[in-house]
Design a protein. Structure first.
Lengths: 244, 212
């Protein structure tokens, strides 16, 4: 198995100690840092596949650390943790391209599943019947440091999914030639049962939205939407996703 | 330091309590995380032995620890409810009303710039408190002068900008209360420093609000 190197950053010694032990049980190679500045130094000197950091820490907070890490390693997945139910830093993290934010005290088994997925740096697939719309959304996501690809319609989407690195699809409700989002989702799920999905539409399609909801769609975005909204929806969806 | 106007003091106490409760919740969640992590590790290690077969209470008690921890975490989620969005909001009029009731240090001047909004409606004292703590922070960081302006409101948002030359410093509990209130009212408070080191705080709020 490939080594998975994690940089774990938290100022709470007991939390770091116990979480590192569990990550090591799962085969991660863990390097610990008790605050942002030494974490950044470590990230400059050695390669990591994933960073797991607390948000509220003395000195540099986790979101600042995330921004600085992104300057160094734009594709490095960063998962943040927080003990605050609501805070502006969480919103900032979710909207700026962090992989996801986990709320403490999290279920360890679930958190490990999320981290195993994050370490693969999976891609988002945007599917729309209009090339330009799908490509622009994918480019927008790339601008936030996410890996993203685009597909025009059902057959392209199905073949893109075969590449194997996609964990989440953003699907338009109306895909041209009579094809709909729910139909595509059904086909995609035949290949990948646990695939996460965010739906989007520029038209009034309440019955399709209801259908997608019953199929476990994570959220629905009404076009036109800001890419930041999509980035946030992806990060929130990835918080609840299980490893594929 | 700025003194809180008497009519806002009881509200300030309420939000101090909320701020303290938030710190306690954060602290407890961290501790619960360590306990949960420890239990998970011990369960994995015990599962490698014959103990779970010898005594079924062992896995049962690990389940119990996890369930109880989840219950504790759920009990920590109570928050003040969000505020609705119906009545129009004029942040500049609100700020002007607050500024009249504050006594600024002699070296601090406050310049208010005109806006174009209908008058404020209902009880907006929470927002006044949020603004008070932003002023308090600015004054405590030795601002020579403060400029306050209400940006031309967009369809969705009312803007208020405070700017001035401030010494860098850590966030204060008062500023955290301001952010909490902004969030409760469906908005946000953002701080930044521009190229010349000038501090700017911008309060974004929905264009229409329903005071609690």
């Amino acid at each position: 198995m490939t080594e998975r190197r994690v940089l774990l950053v938290d100022d709470e010694d007991s939390l770091r100690l116990t979480l590192a032990a569990n990550l090591e049980l799962e085969g991660f190679v863990v390097t610990e840092a008790s605050s942002g500045a030494p974490a950044l130094e470590l990230a400059k000197r050695q390669p990591f596949d994933l960073v797991l950091t607390d948000i509220r820490m003395p000195g540099m907070n986790g979101v600042e650390l995330y921004h600085q890490l992104r300057e160094l390693h734009p594709r490095l997945p960063v998962v943040l943790m927080t003990g605050f139910a609501l805070e502006e830093l969480v919103t900032e993290a979710l909207e700026s391209g962090a992989y996801t934010v986990l709320s403490k005290p999290f279920n360890v088994e679930h958190a490990i599943s999320v981290l195993k997925q994050a370490v693969r740096a999976p891609a988002v697939l945007v599917v729309d019947d209009q090339d330009r719309v799908a490509a622009m959304a994918a480019e927008g996501l790339e601008g936030f440091g996410l890996r993203a690809r685009s597909a025009r319609g059902m057959s392209e989407a199905l073949s893109e999914l075969k590449a194997g690195d996609v964990d989440l699809c953003v699907i338009d409700m109306l895909l041209g030639e009579g094809a709909t989002g729910p139909e595509l989702l059904e086909r995609l799920r035949e290949q990948r049962p646990g695939l996460s999905v965010i739906a989007m539409s520029g038209q009034n399609t309440p019955s399709l939205v209801r259908q997608m909801a019953t199929m476990g769609m994570h959220s629905f975005l009404k076009k036109p939407f800001a890419i930041r909204e999509l980035v946030r929806s992806i990060a929130v969806a990835r918080r609840t996703a299980t490893a594929l | 330091m700025l003194s809180c106007p008497p009519d806002l003091q009881s509200l300030a106490r309420l939000f101090w309590h909320e701020e303290m409760a938030s710190s306690v919740r954060h602290h407890v969640r961290n501790k619960l995380s360590s306990i949960r992590n420890s239990a998970f590790y011990l369960r994995k290690k015990v599962e490698e032995t014959s103990l779970p077969q010898q005594d079924p209470r062992v896995p049962q008690f690990f389940d119990l620890i996890d369930t109880e921890l989840e219950g504790c975490a759920a009990a920590l989620t109570m928050q003040l409810p969000p505020v609705g969005q119906n009545a129009p909001l004029d942040l500049l009029a609100l700020t002007a009303g607050l500024v009249k009731r504050l006594t600024f240090p002699p070296e601090t001047s406050v310049e208010l710039m005109a806006g174009e909004s209908p008058p404020a409606e209902g009880d907006l004292s929470e927002l006044e408190l949020a603004l008070f703590f932003v002023f308090e922070y600015a004054v405590s960081r030795k601002a020579g002068s403060l400029r306050v302006s209400a940006g031309r409101p967009t369809e969705q948002e009312a803007l208020l900008e405070l700017s001035g030359l401030l010494l860098p410093g850590p966030s204060t509990p008062g500023l955290r209360v301001s952010k909490r209130i902004a969030s409760r009212w469906g908005g946000r408070l953002e701080e930044e420093r521009n190229g010349s080191g000038e501090w700017q705080a911008t309060l974004y709020l929905p264009r229409r609000v329903t005071p609690p």
